[in-house]
Design a protein around this ligand. Sequence first.
Ligand SMILES: N[C@@H](CCC(=O)N[C@@H](CS)C(=O)NCC(=O)O)C(=O)O
Length: 215
Amino acid sequence: MKLYHEVRGCSLAVDIVARELQLPLALEWVDMKTKRLADGRDYLSVNSKGTVPTLEMPDGQHLSEGCIVMQYLADQCPGNTLLPASGLPRYRVLEWMSFIAADLHKGGFMPLFKAVTPPEYKAVARGIVEAKLQWIDEQLAGRAHLTGDTFTIADAHCYTIAMWTRAHAIDTRRWPHLEAYLARCGARPSVRAAEAAAAAQGERERAAAAAAVAH
Ligand SMILES: N[C@@H](CCC(=O)N[C@@H](CS)C(=O)NCC(=O)O)C(=O)O
């Protein structure tokens, strides 16, 4: 299977989940400014929404929407600990997935990334992010992960989005449970490997941009 990925994108969570499940994924990096792939193809022909992540499944079909892609991957591995197969424990994980995607990512961080967001609204969005992170910190009191002791797809998702605080100078040290949680998740081999792959691609992109300027 193949993951269409972006260096600083929420698609990192899918890469973490695949590595946790030991499901090998080829990574195809998308230039989000031009929506082009390395071979010049138009990414919109893969996902007409133009967003990452997109998963190419074994039969060549494409599946988008990170929350769904992560569920799909976990469901390929019966007995995994990343997503309970059924019942309320599964819905608890999915409850977190929806909150992270809708409230923290789109409602909170997204306006901070957009150049067109007016400065007054950036301040509002920052307040929204801080309120959500404060709430997450409270939920993490006395538990290692979002739904209890076990790392799930919701933790891969939450870690990925919460680490955007680093890009926006939001100091998470004021939330000690969250801070410890980010360190705990960040120490997992799957997370380190996924971050290293993204950092290596970031370096390649920086080198290519510098070479383009030099010519
Ligand atoms: N609803 C999609 C949204 C994904 C999304 O917004 N991805 C960002 C990267 S973190 C993106 O592709 N942005 C480019 C764009 O919106 O044009 C999902 O949850 O997978």
